[in-house]
Design a protein around this ligand. Structure first.
Ligand SMILES: Cc1cc2nc3c(=O)[nH]c(=O)nc-3n(C[C@H](O)[C@H](O)[C@H](O)COP(=O)(O)O)c2cc1C
Length: 359
């Protein structure tokens, strides 16, 4: 029997179900707004340490800021102490989050050693208890993001899914890798239908959704209620627009032209300048390569942008660059405008594997 598709997480509409995945140092407020404008349905913040929230640290406060335009927005927290998580969840709710997401998937040592993130994959009962306590403490929907298990010998996702559902979680996002894989290997989407079969909350697929066509394939083959895009949108938020048009109108509008790229890049920069008190110009430098990738002479203009110190100088450089492309009849990209992250998720071998395993 076809499994029910959910349209809401608690009271929050899922829309097309194309979400921005939480990513540290990437998903700040300006980037989330950009992704929302381009079609992301729900945007997730980077993770925030519960201790930092309780200490009222300046960084945590900035990370918790929410803009009306980006709603609905999920704020993600992590930590090993149930009491601290409960207290910080209330603060996040007061800060205006629409969804409170709990990170039970972070694999990095400094987090796991503090008994947080993926460390909970070794203690599903505590994971459920923490989820229950947090959901009881706030009115907004609480969601959970985790992995399949600690390693291939201890895949616990079906047990975890049932337990966190019983604990009151309103959705579960599954990064379809184990903790020991880190970010290597292939995400195994075949667990999604198995989890859908035994639960009655929205299931969000995550891992290796990189190209717009992966979005449709993920929905069609796994039956997920929604999915999250992580690395595929770094430097390329346009994937949300392409995926949205594909889902709603059935065709891929293709690569954005250089005019769109420059306009979005400048919008993003202006917002970053408004949002961050200092270092915004320097921190923004990591984004230029993504926005300009594939266009003739991009590396030279990038070099100029890297040493530009004011908004005016940056805009001027970018406008002159577009004029240069126009004058030299070079408006079409000369190479692929972006690179899939580390593994080639769009390779034939990968697609064969995914479609074979997911029934
Ligand atoms: C730079 C970076 C930072 C990340 N930070 C977080 C985070 O703060 N919280 C979280 O749950 N996952 C985090 N992740 C994991 C992603 O949300 C996602 O699960 C993972 O990248 C797999 O999805 P993808 O294949 O679409 O990239 C991060 C990933 C990257 C690449």
């Amino acid at each position: 029997m076809e499994k029910k598709k959910f349209t809401k997480i608690g009271n929050v509409e899922i829309g097309n179900g194309i979400f921005l995945a939480p990513m540290e140092d990437v998903c700040d407020l300006p980037f989330r707004v950009i992704c929302k404008r381009l079609g992301a349905d729900i945007v997730y913040s980077e993770f925030i340490a519960s201790e930092g929230i309780i200490r009222d640290s300046r960084t945590s406060k900035r990370k918790m800021k929410v803009a009306e335009e980006e709603r609905p927005v999920a704020i993600q927290i992590f930590g090993g102490s149930i009491d601290a998580m409960v207290e910080s969840a209330k603060i996040v709710e007061d800060a205006g989050a629409d969804i409170l997401d709990i990170n039970f998937g972070c694999w990095v040592k400094k987090v796991v050693q503090r008994d947080a993130g993926a460390a909970f994959l070794k203690k599903p009962d505590e994971m459920a208890e923490l989820t229950r306590r947090v959901q009881e403490a706030v009115q907004i929907p609480v969601t959970v993001k985790t992995r399949l298990g600690w390693d291939p010998e201890s895949i616990v996702i079906t047990e975890v899914a049932k337990k966190i559902e019983q604990a009151g979680a309103k959705a579960l996002a599954i990064h379809c890798r184990t903790r020991d894989m880190g970010m290597t290997g292939l995400a195994d989407w075949s667990w999604i239908p198995k989890v859908k079969d035994i639960t009655n909350i929205p299931i969000i697929l995550n891992g290796d959704v990189v190209e717009p066509e992966d979005v449709k394939r993920a929905f069609d083959t796994s039956g997920c209620d929604a999915l999250m895009i992580g690395r595929g949108c770094i430097g390329y938020p346009f994937i949300f627009h392409r995926a949205k048009v594909m889902m709603e109108e059935g065709y891929d509008p293709g690569e954005p032209d250089i005019y769109t790229r420059v306009d979005v890049c400048l919008d993003h920069l202006r917002m970053s300048l408004d949002f961050k008190d200092r270092n915004a110009i320097i921190e923004f430098r990591k984004h230029y390569s993504g926005y300009l990738k594939g266009f003739f002479g991009a590396s030279e203009v990038r070099r100029a942008l890297m040493s530009s110190e004011t908004y005016e100088e940056i805009e001027d450089n970018l406008r002159q660059y577009v004029k240069y492309l126009e004058d030299n009849d070079r408006l079409e990209p000369v190479s692929k405008t972006r690179k899939a992250p580390t593994l080639s998720c769009n390779s034939e071998k990968y697609v064969r594997r995914q479609t074979r395993e997911v029934v």
